[in-house]
Design a protein around this ligand. Structure first.
Ligand code: 5GP
Ligand code: MN
Length: 317
């Protein structure tokens, strides 16, 4: 079984790199930190590599052990978490050079780019898959490990509110509460606190938000200049796409963010209906989940907007 193979590879490896997708969210970070603690419990000394670690996740156990880069050229083992394809992997060079590679993920669009791939698209978060793996390895899910795992689950379920949340999600959370995990602290820090820069960006995206296609599509954007002006740090744009989605009647929310002052935008999409935004992003080389997905499109704001809305329009009733 795949999990036995994963266990064997971990046991054999002397050097291990733990990686996740670029622009990491709470699930990516929670997964990397949880895997780091778990491997330490297994007697390993893994490197957790995240190039741009968002400030709001600094409170998590093991955050101080995260490295921006590593001097190790060839790891025995590289583990990619919460990342659907190699192109999006932060620190992909460590993965490409590693002797053996493992991918653990919950995106249905995962391209199975590892030597060993453990992908479960039904899981609400990559962290949820880790619970299964750690339980299989008979590891104790203690308070610190639980805090990291719950951060991923809370992030990717929008605070237990998205479809996909099951009775098990709550049962597991209850178990962690008993172990002393501070659920309200995680909730507060991860979901309820805006950085000042994020707040300034929020004002801008609200001002620019257009409700199109008979009220079914919300569109807004930020440029690199906006980010410079508000002194945005990594992660400060997180959550802005949610604003449009919460407007009554909106089925698809689109938020686009300029990349490095170029004629190129990162697209974030959310759906509240049967419109599968992952399918739409897939057309542009991206992917994600049916109700939350992303991709990159070349062009000006107007050009990118037209390209993406065209595809949404084709799917609206
Ligand atoms: P977000 O809009 O929060 O950045 O991403 C929403 C979801 O889509 C996440 O699960 C994320 O991993 C996925 N996603 C975002 N951008 C891309 C992309 O360019 N390619 C792929 N394959 N997935 C993406
Ligand atoms: Mn995830």
């Amino acid at each position: 079984m795949t999990l036995d193979t994963i266990g064997e590879e971990i046991k054999k490896a002397n050097s291990i790199a733990i990686l996740a997708h670029e622009s990491p969210d709470g699930d990516a970070i929670g997964s990397v930190l949880a895997m780091g603690l778990a491997l330490e419990n297994m007697g390993k000394q893994p490197d957790r590599i995240i190039t741009e670690y968002p400030r709001k996740f600094q409170f998590l156990p093991g955050a101080d052990k995260v490295k921006k880069e590593s001097q190790v050229e060839k790891y025995d083992l590289a583990i990619a978490l919460d990342c659907s394809d190699l192109r999006r992997l932060d620190g992909k060079e460590y993965f490409e050079n590693a002797h053996k590679t493992i991918v653990i993920d919950h995106h249905s669009t995962n391209t199975m780019y590892g030597d060993i791939n453990f992908v479960n698209p039904v899981a609400t978060a990559c962290c949820e898959i880790l619970i299964g793996i750690f339980t299989y390895f008979e590891l104790d899910i203690h308070q610190d490990l639980g805090t990291c795992i719950l951060t991923g689950i809370i992030t990717d379920t929008g605070g237990f509110k998205y479809q996909g949340v099951t009775a098990e999600t709550f049962e597991f959370t209850a178990e962690l509460l008993r172990k002393g995990v501070n659920v309200s602290e995680i909730y507060e820090k991860v979901l309820e606190t805006r950085t000042r820069s994020n707040f300034e960006l929020l004002k801008r995206i609200l001002n620019r938000m257009e409700i199109l296609e008979n009220g079914k599509v919300a569109f807004t954007y930020i440029t690199s200049q906006d980010e410079e002006e508000v002194h945005a740090e990594p992660g400060d744009h997180e959550g802005l796409v949610e604003v449009g989605r919460n407007v009554e009647g909106v089925e698809v929310s689109i938020f686009i963010r300029q990349i490095d002052n170029e004629a190129k935008y990162k697209i974030s999409m959310r759906s509240t209906s049967d419109i599968n935004v992952s399918d739409i992003c897939y057309l542009f080389g991206g992917g994600g989940h049916p109700r939350a997905a992303g991709c990159v499109i070349q062009g000006t704001v107007e050009q990118v907007k037209e390209k993406i809305i065209q595809e949404v329009r084709n799917r609206l009733n």
